[in-house]
Design a binder for this molecule. Structure first.
Ligand SMILES: [Zn+2]
Length: 431
């Protein structure tokens, strides 16, 4: 009977190699929903999914692990990475994804690259060829004038610039419905609206996307479209807090290369126009993928202040994020780069950037450690379109967990103190 069940599992489940049933005993559970941490006697995992906590009769044939008062959090999800796009990325994928997994990352939202590589990666992960996080990704759409960007060209080798279904040039003539149908063939779950797109075009794309069941993950300014235009277009998630500056800037540039050069000293995040954007986001459940790490690294590199007056991208972005969070906008944790460079990571603990994003959200943007954990688990799952099966520790969900030696509610840096990562019920060996 057991062999037969295993055979059926092999045929129907996306994770062909199932771990034994697993009972984790004696821990403090942080379930990712934002409710307080609580002591549990046990947590039962069966067939890769969570059965429940404090199960009275867990049954026979179970691997039991006494965690001796460790902390359990949901697997972390980095909601903004770029895994592909350059030659060699395909070969590096297994090592990269396994390293991310060991570092506590069980889910990823890729924000544009070579969709051929990403589609194959999802397939390899489903086949269990190597362990890695769950992955969703976007295809990119932008105005024809941005298709000389070398990053875009490299990620669409073999296509004429702007004609790859996952890296598509859009102009007034483009059939938006057809563009979305083409996008879906790449396996992408969203269109990333990126650069050189005006208000009319983003509205048209938004309408076609939602009709086709495609999400809109966008930059808040696509030059000349501004944050409010993207919100009206039905954006589900907006990335990079610093780019919201463009809502109030008159004479909006039409070239996306202006995006990093906002006049930060000239516009306070308290300006009513930003408050209106925030209110619309909160009311319409538009998620904010703040990406503070990338703004932080730019500030450090340029020797700019990290606190005080909001006259650089980082200080402006943290002030905007703080206000959005207070107003009830869901904050999402994304980094724009899965791993830090050596210079950005003097500790050299080999861990993914997401740990830094959580720390920056707490240290600079006013989130409590618990709120940062929700950002990096539940909210990131929602942004990635993964919330139904991931992001929180609740009965029925995929058992993606990280076991920590110390209390992350007291100190968010505890997410680095990893004892064990469990992906779909399987323990991932630490090096
Ligand atoms: Zn990005």
């Amino acid at each position: 009977m057991k062999t037969l069940l295993l055979l059926i599992n092999l045929l129907i489940l996306p994770f062909p190699v199932l771990g034994a049933d697993l009972l984790l005993k004696n821990a403090t559970l942080i379930d990712g929903t934002g409710t307080s941490a609580k002591s549990i006697e046990n947590l039962l995992i069966r067939d890769g999914r969570i059965v429940g906590v404090d199960v009275k009769e867990p049954g026979q044939d179970i691997e039991i692990i006494d965690l001796k008062d460790a902390w359990i959090i949901p697997g972390l999800i980095d909601a903004h990475v770029h895994l592909s796009g350059f030659e060699g990325d395909r070969r590096e994928m297994p090592g990269k994804l396994e390293r991310a997994l060991r570092g506590g990352i069980t889910g990823l939202r890729d924000m544009a690259g070579d969709t051929r590589v990403l589609k194959d990666t999802v397939s390899d992960l489903h086949l269990g060829l190597y362990p890695g996080p769950t992955l969703t990704y976007a295809g990119l759409m932008g105005g024809p004038t941005m298709f000389d960007d070398p990053r875009v060209l490299e990620a669409s080798i073999g296509y004429a610039p702007g004609e790859a279904p996952g890296l598509r040039a859009i102009d007034q003539e483009t059939d938006a419905g057809k563009a979305m149908a083409d996008l879906k063939t790449t396996g992408a779950s969203a269109a990333k609206l990126y650069g050189n797109l005006d208000r009319d075009t983003v509205l048209r794309l938004g309408k076609a996307a939602h009709k086709a069941g495609v999400r809109i993950w966008a930059h808040p300014a696509t030059f000349p479209a501004r944050p409010m235009d993207l919100i009206e277009a039905g954006a589900d998630v907006l990335s990079h807090s610093a780019y919201f500056i463009w809502q109030a800037v008159p004479d909006m540039p039409t070239d996306y290369n202006a995006r990093r050069h906002g006049p930060y000293g000239d516009y306070s995040p308290d300006d009513n126009r930003y408050q209106q954007v925030i209110e619309r986001m909160a009311a319409g459940n538009v998620l904010l993928d703040a990406t503070l790490t990338i703004h932080y690294d730019h500030a450090v590199e340029a020797n700019e202040p990290l606190e005080g007056v909001t006259d650089n991208a980082f200080t402006w972005a943290t002030a905007f994020t703080r206000r959005a969070h207070k107003a009830g906008v869901k904050i999402v944790a994304g980094t724009d780069a899965l791993f830090p460079s050596e210079k950005q990571d003097p500790e050299g603990d080999d861990l993914p950037n997401l740990h830094r994003e959580l720390e920056i959200l707490v240290n600079y943007a006013g989130l409590t450690p618990m709120e940062a954990l929700v950002a990096g688990t539940r909210n990131s799952a929602e942004a990635a379109g993964l919330l139904q099966d991931h992001g929180t520790i609740e009965p029925g969900k995929v058992a993606d967990l990280v076991v920590l030696n110390t209390d992350p509610v007291r100190d968010i840096t505890a997410t680095r103190d990893i004892r064990m990562v469990i992906r779909a019920g399987k323990i991932i060996p630490q090096k």
